[in-house]
Design a protein around this ligand. Structure first.
Ligand code: G1P
Length: 300
């Protein structure tokens, strides 16, 4: 393995969405702050970046996203109240989120799509490869995905996207990849990409899940990418251009993820994610599962 490529240290987290699927909860609270068990969804994502060695996190935010900045900052008032009470356990919980990474923020201004949000990161990222993590996808920390993607990017250069096999009828909710096998069982070479195709048009059942390690050449392409599906500048369209011409920004590979992923982007999946994660928690799980069993038994 060569070390010709710079070590990836920056993560970009788009967080400017309006969260309309969760209204009225998201009228005055960013959707990223909705709790998954007892932590805001966005904290899992920043923890994942930090666990993969990405200590510089840029959030692309918008209006009404101030609580995100506060959550990842110190809260001296709360800390001193908990210190006075001698509540070390809760104090550690308060401090956890501000100790994770060096946080930066940029505003997207016009909500012109995921590709546009990523483009807002260009001045901060510069000429290095970088990661993008979408907040609606939670990856179980026991099934590391991002560190494997960083490893593959260091091996091959270019860009690496996370893929997951889905039921063919669900492919229309995702970006979809045409791909060829490589010598590594969990890695494919991406030959084409299409955003949210109908099952009939889909080149495969490999869906893009929200993790990307990108060559900075993507910025130049995004600047020239016309609005696509839904009238938005699509990251998938820019990646399709990278995949079609390796000379621009190197190859595009995919890591096919087989681990646990929770979708918190829609209400049903969000509830399922909370129940699954609560069941697996050492502190809450045993009691919660006992209750859940009797609830299911009585109600269903
Ligand atoms: C975005 C991407 C899509 C990807 C998905 C993963 O779509 O555009 O390619 O498959 O995230 O969650 P969104 O869910 O934001 O509409």
């Amino acid at each position: 393995m060569t070390q010709a490529h710079p070590r990836i240290s920056k993560a970009v987290i788009p967080a400017a969405g309006l969260g309309t699927r969760f209204l009225p909860a998201t009228k005055a609270t960013p959707k990223e702050m909705l709790p998954v068990v007892d932590k805001p969804a966005i904290q899992y994502v920043v923890e994942e970046a930090a666990a993969a060695g990405l200590s510089d996190v840029l959030m692309v935010t918008g209006r009404n996203k101030r609580p995100l900045e506060d959550h990842f900052d110190r809260n001296y008032e709360l800390e001193s109240a908990l210190t006075k009470k001698g509540d070390a356990g809760r104090l550690a919980k308060v401090q956890e989120s501000s100790d994770l990474a060096t946080m930066h923020y940029v505003r997207q201004g016009d909500p012109k799509g995921l590709g546009h949000a990523v483009l807002c990161a260009a001045p901060h990222v510069g000429e290095e490869p970088f990661a993008v993590l979408l907040g609606d996808d939670l990856i179980d920390p026991r099934d590391p995905l991002l560190s494997r993607m960083v490893e593959i990017q260091e091996q091959h250069g270019g860009s690496v996207i996370a893929l997951m096999e889905v039921d063919p009828e669900h492919i229309q909710m995702y970006g979809c990849a045409a791909a060829e096998p490589t010598a590594d069982g969990d890695v494919v070479k991406v030959t084409g990409l299409v955003e949210k195709p109908s099952p009939a048009e889909a080149p495969s059942n490999l869906a893009i899940i929200g993790r990307y390690v990108l060559d900075p050449a993507v910025f130049g392409i995004l600047r020239e990418t016309e609005p696509g599906r839904g009238g938005e500048i699509q990251l998938t369209d820019a990646l399709q251009k990278l995949a079609a011409d390796e000379k621009v920004g190197g190859p595009v590979h995919g890591v096919v993820f087989k681990g646990r992923r929770y979708d918190t982007g829609d209400r049903g999946d969000y509830l399922r994610a909370i129940v699954r994660l609560a069941c697996e928690r050492e502190d809450l799980g045993p009691d919660f599962k006992t209750w859940l069993r009797s609830y299911v038994h009585e109600e269903m």
